[in-house]
Design a protein around this ligand. Structure first.
Ligand code: CP
Ligand code: NVA
Length: 301
């Protein structure tokens, strides 16, 4: 059983195949060529946090490939009344062909996967957001960049996105420079694991150092879902970590700007940069659907 709980569940070849296939499916389905390999299959989505892109892009991808979806807010499941995850995993596996889960603890994803007999796909946890980073890589490739030789900057919080970018750096070998304030670095165990695997990681407090000559500049919200009570403190701490025109001038001239969205204009990124010529965020959000289509086609077929 193949699950997608984190990027390091994949070999480099598997990740490359998803990216290539995502690009192919984008061309093929946009050209109106029918492709319904998932006819008769059902995907369940268990979401414990809000979502616009991940939910709709997974559901749309499933429908485009001929399948059906069942969206389950965790409030409506017996999980909310204490039914064990391991029971939920085994019961749902009898009904559906795959499960996407968005949750808080990564251990929820792990436990579902341990007990499910269908693929479990992480649609974001506090620790990782693997499908997002795979579609970001697809966007980078689509923009004509080669992953191996890339220099990528991460500016801001060492959060779930940063952790998944670290794992992607380990898989593909690109250089990843992260500028994070003290106390807001990525997970120590993820850092150790990717360094053990030979990833080229630079961790700094200086956004300019991170962005210097980077071909991809990446940021994300300062307070992630579940950190709402810290938002005020974080706004203060992260002030020097805004991606704005001045910071972007230190990047490689043709650098592209990524943001997984939702964005807070005037906080982690300025309106000018988000809406500017170097931003590829709308393509990036579209690509989630095509990358998810590639993942579903592979794991559910
Ligand atoms: N980028 C992303 O995961 O967005 P949603 O929270 O809207 O799914
Ligand atoms: N780091 C953000 C990503 C949202 C898609 C969060 O977890 O809220």
């Amino acid at each position: 059983m193949k699950h997608l709980k984190r990027i390091l569940d994949l070999s480099r070849e598997e990740a490359e195949r998803f990216i290539r296939r995502g690009l192919e499916l984008k061309r093929r389905l946009k050209a109106g060529l029918p492709h319904r390999p998932l006819a008769g299959k059902i995907l369940a989505l268990i979401f414990e946090k809000p979502s616009t892109r991940t939910r709709v892009s997974f559901e749309a991808a499933m429908l485009k490939l001929g399948g059906e979806t069942i969206f389950l807010s965790s409030r409506d499941l017996q999980l909310a009344r204490g039914e064990p995850l391991k029971d939920t995993a085994r019961v749902l596996s009898r009904y559906v062909d795959g499960i996407v889960v968005r949750t808080f603890g990564q251990e929820v994803v792990e436990e579902l996967a341990a007990f499910a007999s269908v693929p479990v796909i992480n649609g974001l946890s506090d620790k990782f957001h693997p499908c997002q980073v795979l579609s970001d890589l697809m966007t980078v490739v689509e923009a004509g960049r080669r992953l191996e030789t890339l220099r990528v900057a991460w500016v801001g919080d060492g959060n779930n996105m940063a952790n998944s970018w670290l794992e992607a750096a380990a898989l593909f070998g690109f250089e990843l420079r992260l500028a994070c304030p003290e106390g807001y670095e990525p997970d120590q165990d993820v850092l150790e694991e990717v360094r053990r695997r030979g990833a080229r990681i630079v961790l700094t407090r200086d956004p300019v150092e991170a962005v210097k000559d980077a071909e991809v500049v990446n940021t994300d919200v300062w307070a992630s879902m579940g950190q709402e009570t810290e938002a005020e403190t974080r706004r203060r701490v992260f002030q020097p970590y805004q991606v704005n025109r001045e910071l972007l001038q230190h990047a490689s001239p043709g650098a592209i700007v990524l943001h997984c969205l939702p964005a807070h204009r005037g906080e982690e990124i300025t309106e000018e940069v988000l809406e500017g010529p170097q931003s590829v965020v709308w393509e990036q959000s579209e690509n989630k659907m095509w990358l998810h289509a590639a993942v579903l086609e592979t794991l559910l077929s």
